[in-house]
Design a protein around this ligand. Sequence first.
Ligand SMILES: Nc1nc2c(c(=O)[nH]1)N[C@H]1C(S)=C(S)[C@@H](COP(=O)(O)O)O[C@H]1N2
Ligand SMILES: [Mo]
Length: 195
Amino acid sequence: MTFNADPVPVFCVLLAVACIFAGCTGTAPPRETDTIPADDFRGWNLTVNGTTRASYTFDEIRAFPTKAGNCYAVSTVGIKYGPYTCKGVLLTDLLEQSGGIAEGDQVWVSAPDGYLWVFDYDQTQGEGFITFNESLREIPSPPLQVLLMYEQDGKPLSYDDGGPVRLVIISEEEGIVTEGSAWVKWVDTIEVKRK
Ligand SMILES: Nc1nc2c(c(=O)[nH]1)N[C@H]1C(S)=C(S)[C@@H](COP(=O)(O)O)O[C@H]1N2
Ligand SMILES: [Mo]
């Protein structure tokens, strides 16, 4: 008697059987530092702390008036991200619910990974950002707005892209590139700092 089974398919069958017993499902493993919610975004909360403090669920954020615009970023090393259509809620609309902001205030925007970006008053009003054209030449800034984005190119913002909510800078005009360092991913805290 000869045993002449081709070793390749045999190996594949063994691998498949081993995989079934090991519980492989083809999905990504859970994140180790799961202080940041997964893509269903349950448990995520956004705290806005101005003269009054407010806390919002993802559904409550989406219940705010929506705003959409063009957004396009460049990283510190010159890689461009976009252009995208970004949709979400305006920072100023959110801040309004917590007492608003006044000249001289700063707005601190942070995320569970410890990242923090500080916006001065002018920037909350869409002014004072550095802007570039698509060739990354600095250009005078057109009118801009600061948006908390939860939809990018018509799709819910994924965790990997900074979801549930990422701070972005939008413009009516197309091809306006802003600095990616201000585009805080996984935003969960917004604080108004008054001197
Ligand atoms: N929460 C959080 N947001 C962040 C960062 C970060 O480290 N943590 N890095 C910033 C910087 S410096 C850049 S250039 C962009 C990079 O965007 P990407 O991670 O989508 O490539 O995200 C910005 N937002
Ligand atoms: Mo960056």
